[in-house]
Write a protein of this length. Sequence first.
Length: 527
Amino acid sequence: MRQHHRTLRLLGSLLLVAAGAGVTAAAPARAAAPTPLDRVVPAPAAVHPGGSPYRITRGTHIRVDGSREARRVGEYLADLLRPSTGYRLPVTAHGDGGIRLRLTKGVSGPEGYRLDSSHRHLTISAGSPAGLFHGVQTLRQLLPPAVEKDSVQPGPWLVAGGTIEDAPRYGWRGAMLDVARHFLTVEEVKRYVDRLALYKFNKLHLHLSDDQGWRIAVDSWPRLAAYGGSTEVGGGPGGSYTKAQYREIVRYAASRHLEVVPEIDMPGHTHAALASYAELNCDGVAPPLYTGTEVGFSSLCVDKEVTYDFVDDVVREIAALTPGRHLHIGGDEAHSTSHADYVRFMDRVQPIVAKYGKTVVGWHQLTGAAPAEGALAQYWGLDGTSAEEKAQVARAARGGTGLILSPADRIYLDMKYTEDTPLGLSWAGYVEVRRSYDWDPGAYLPDVPASAVRGVEAPLWTETVENSAHVDYLAFPRLPGVAELGWSPAATHDWEDYRVRLAAQGPRWDALGIGYYRSPQVPWPAA
Ligand code: TNX
């Protein structure tokens, strides 16, 4: 049945090419078949194929309306297309014809877009710059994988004819990088941001502090980064971001329409801070740095006033560096903090976050305290999580706390795919590609109103991850599945269809230099 379906699609594409034969006669038929409009990840909300394809040529212009924002997206698109096409692709506010990017009030909500492709034009219209940007990512996937290469390729550069109308299911489509267990450089973070942009993610959550390292400069507590950042899991040199480097990550993420969500994990996962400042410890003694992978052994001293001065300073400085609305305060695995202390701590810390103009995000243990008005809880449980704990999260959700879903046995990117996976952990089980994709965020937790679910986020913890190659191997091919859960309407959810679309991404990853896990569940094209 699936085969039949694919054959029909292929036939359809060939017919479309035949229809546009005047344009494509010079191209070999096989290479010329443009990607069908629905062969995109994440799946678009609505696709109406038809008409002759659009072709990018040496003479193509990128037309933007007068706005600075549209011009920026136009320049981004031109930068993407110039190396592989070898074309000039001038970005201009004048003239007609070619690739047109239009900011139009009222198109498809805050991040949606519409893409119209025909013989004469390729038009992307959106109500916001983010929508235009996401439309550009769709256009990118409709072009051959070779478009991703950084040297001139033969083409032809055809986009199938028709219309896509698209908008996300959820407003929170996140990915988390743990830069604390192993430090990742600014360049490595930017590389991941570019991977995320291709799949329409809109949040980059940075786990900036943990037992093994503190990764962001704080002027009022300089030893946090200088000393607390000086090692990592395994005893390597670690590292930390200067404020200028953090701002550069924020700027780069914003240029790809992602909000950076900084996390300072507390009251647990704070050993690097405790090692840096003796006064933060209840006994006034700073322990040595830690480079192992245990969790749950550290806690800020809930009874000391200096703890709240510390939190105030750190939150103030990080909030000032962060244009986004959210600030993540962790709150997970505080096994060395009593329940009463945990509640007291969160009662004092959440108002500090509000004072500096940010919305609290916390791991779902925050629902065991009193989540602040408007707070978001990030659920990281698994099938085996107790009914009691799930009920606590559901109660908070019914009381107005928004949920971000990161079930560990589904979308923890640090879980091994199989027992043979050379990297990663397995405490939540092995997570193959299908398991990662095949669930519904809207119906995942019992007794949670669908409106409480704000989206999904894929964390990548880095106990075993040391560089971009490691990041890529664990993220691909699971990351695009998370993107699809966050973006695509539930009605498009279909593993058999998804695995075919996912397989088509493989050659694109090859062109981008992404080393991925060749899961046997996915029908990758022969290399
Ligand atoms: C649990 S998830 C943690 C992290 C570990 C991760 C490893 C969460 C909020 N806490 O501290 O790195 O497992 O998979």
